[in-house]
Design a protein around this ligand. Structure first.
Ligand code: CA
Ligand code: CA
Ligand code: CA
Ligand code: CA
Length: 216
């Protein structure tokens, strides 16, 4: 559980639906707004990737036998990240981090598989305020595509065109004056292609059936 301007916690399940007393991690005043658990250094245990707001740098908390005290920063510090996703965007077998930002362009941080993230790539429009990001292979061509939720602008899918770094083809969807703060992806109509659900503020939520996949 991540908290804004308060301590984050891990609640360990006992396997039967109960969760014990939380174990704190991170600084007491972290303004964390999103977290993903994924094994970024390939040592077999999940690490924690945090998006921090209010001027805080984003952080990776490395799993050392259940302790998460070893921390690395990523991002620019002024990106004001609101959402984070993890997946293999460039298809090299190593997990990458994708951030949805409101202070700068969105970005992909390419992992080297052992915990390094030396290469990065901005994407999207400078003036988009992006609040959530998810990855899925929307066109079923074998690579991860990126879905971004925007506030006061249309949302966007970035179809992965391959290459190193990968070329991303932008496809906008949703209404221009809507504010989408959350996304869900899943195959809602059972045709095999992932569909998109948007959580909107001040407007009805949206369901976008995937009919563009495979057309470009
Ligand atoms: Ca790990
Ligand atoms: Ca990768
Ligand atoms: Ca794809
Ligand atoms: Ca579908």
């Amino acid at each position: 559980m991540v908290n804004r301007a308060r301590q984050n916690f891990i609640f360990h399940g006992n396997g039967s639906g109960a969760f014990g007393k939380g174990t704190p991690f991170g600084a007491g005043d972290d303004s964390t707004i999103d977290v993903v658990a994924a094994d970024l250094d390939g040592d077999g245990d999940p690490d924690l990737v945090l998006a921090n707001r209010d001027g805080g740098a984003n952080t990776i908390h490395w799993n050392d036998g259940g302790s998460f005290e070893r921390v690395s920063g990523y991002g620019t510090g002024s990106d004001e990240t609101r959402g984070v996703a993890v997946g293999d965007v460039d298809g090299d077998g190593a997990l990458d981090i994708v951030t949805a930002n409101i202070g700068e362009s969105n970005a992909v941080y390419f992992g080297d598989g052992s915990g390094g993230f030396d290469r990065s790539m901005p994407f999207g429009r400078d003036d988009d305020e992006s609040y959530a990001v998810h990855l899925a292979d929307l066109d079923l061509d074998g690579d991860a595509d990126i879905v971004v939720a925007n506030v006061r602008a249309r949302n966007a899918v970035y179809f992965n065109q391959g290459g190193e770094p990968p070329a991303l083809h932008e496809f906008r969807f949703g209404c221009a004056d809507c504010s989408t703060y959350g996304l869900g992806l899943g195959d809602l109509n059972g045709d095999g292609f992932p569909d998109i659900v948007t959580a909107n503020s001040g407007a009805p939520n949206g369901l976008f059936a995937n009919v563009t996949a495979g057309r470009d």
